[in-house]
Ligand binder design. Structure first.
Ligand code: ATP
Ligand code: MG
Length: 338
């Protein structure tokens, strides 16, 4: 069964209703692979990332790392399993201690690693420099500096270097570039891709942005989450070029199509209203232009239909495709309504 997480209502103005952050999210990440999760704000992305890194508990489903149910591991081995999955947060500034220099930021976790590997201080110093170079920072420049003396992009690189101190098998990048200057984003995304290629580190990429998901996860799988449930899943390029679920189509119609001309297809609308909180069996039904009575009485299962390579949870899927063109497109359309 997939992961389930329900938060108790916070009370007060925010309401007493429990928040169903994850409603059975099933996924797997191959060693060295790249998997992206995409969905709008509040759909449960960060909750999922935190569960994977051991920062949040879950109340249903099974989390297996290397095929082993982490709940069945003794505490020490569970900690070790979670340590191999490191999180890179959205806000690199908040993730760093402002009173520690870069050298101190890296040497703290490296000292622990050195003990495990029976290495000495010179190993720690050398490893600090290697890791900084690996993430594209100049050790001579950054080592004596404090986080506030670095740019947003440099800080995120430092956060990534710190994550690498424990030799992780996987990085969970939660909106890792959304708070970084647009001009520096591509560099960070490129770095994550490179770490995957060079070190074989698997990548779980969490984003609300289709373009970054595509850049990072081209050869991997994309999961589209809506209100804590996966509504579409498949190879990243297939899902982006031929989205089947109406929600995925809405998400994609919000961005310009960069690599081709979009087939206009049926109009996709996504009104936002109070009805969003409605607990219909298909959670998207209140916002879906194609919803029928059936969507309000049965939960559409995640399955393949009509020979599509991806799975989707919709009774009445209308595939829409983005038609690749050979020539560069100078005029970029913004979807069927744009
Ligand atoms: N500690 C908590 N207590 C109560 N509710 C919570 C808690 N953490 C998250 N939630 C709720 O769970 C839902 C999912 O939150 P989550 O942070 O995982 O969303 P997200 O997809 O990461 O959103 P965003 O794109 O805005 O970062 C939201 O409705 C959120 O308000
Ligand atoms: Mg989040």
């Amino acid at each position: 069964m997939g992961l389930v997480k329900t938060f108790p209502g916070r009370g007060g103005l925010l309401g007493h209703e429990p928040v169903r952050a994850l409603r059975g999210v099933d996924f797997s990440i191959p060693a060295g692979g790249a998997v992206s999760f995409i969905g709008e704000s509040g759909c449960g992305k960060t909750t999922l990332g935190k569960i994977l890194t051991g920062l949040e508990s879950y109340d249903g489903g099974t989390l297996a790392i290397d095929g082993q149910d982490v709940r069945r591991l003794p505490a020490g081995r569970r900690r070790a399993a979670f340590r191999r999955i490191q999180m890179v947060h959205q806000d690199p500034y908040a993730a760093l201690n402002p009173t520690r220099t870069v050298a101190q930021t890296l040497s703290d976790p490296l000292r622990m690693r050195a003990r495990e590997l029976s290495r000495d201080q010179s190993w720690i110093d050398g490893r600090s420099e290697d890791l900084l170079r690996m993430v594209g920072l100049d050790p001579g420049f950054v080592l004596p500096r404090y986080p506030h003396m670095l740019s947003g992009g440099q800080r995120q690189r430092l956060v990534i270097a710190r994550a690498l101190t424990v030799d992780p098998d996987m990085l969970v990048a939660d909106e890792a570039v959304s708070m970084i200057d647009v001009s520096l984003r591509l560099g960070i995304l490129g770095l994550l891709r490179e770490l995957r290629r060079e070190l074989g580190i698997a990548l779980l990429f969490i984003t609300h942005d289709v373009a970054t998901a595509r850049y990072i996860g081209q050869d991997g799988d994309l999961y589209v989450i809506y209100r804590g449930r996966v509504v579409e899943h498949g190879p990243t390029d297939v899902v982006i070029e031929r989205p089947v679920h109406p929600y995925t189509q809405c998400l994609l119609s919000a961005i310009p199509v960069m690599r081709g001309l979009e087939d206009a297809g049926p109009e996709r609308v996504m009104p936002v209203s109070d009805e969003m909180a409605e607990e219909t069996p298909c959670l998207f039904a209140p916002r879906c232009p194609f919803a029928t009575e059936r969507c309000r009485t049965e939960v559409p299962p995640l399955s393949h239909s009509g020979g599509t390579p991806q799975e989707h949870a919709c009774f009445y899927p209308v595939p829409r495709r983005v038609v690749p063109v050979d020539r560069p497109v100078t005029q970029v359309g913004a979807g069927p309504r744009g």
